[in-house]
Design a protein around this ligand. Sequence first.
Ligand SMILES: [Zn+2]
Length: 79
Amino acid sequence: MTCKEAFREISNYLDGELGDDLRQELEAHLKLCRKCEVVLDTTRKTIELYCDGKLFPLPAGVRERLHQALRRKWKAEAV
Ligand SMILES: [Zn+2]
């Protein structure tokens, strides 16, 4: 799995939407790749921040925008 593929699957992974094969591939990649590990960590922490604040349920669309912002950031860094 490449970083690009891993990154694409991270939000699905956090949503628990990955199939077993893909999840295992992603986890194997994350063990070896510090960069993707950081992306996963950042994404998860940001989502947890929203979820912990129970008062502010994550509005529809915000999560997707967050993922898009992270994707752009990642793309910029990858160039
Ligand atoms: Zn990677």
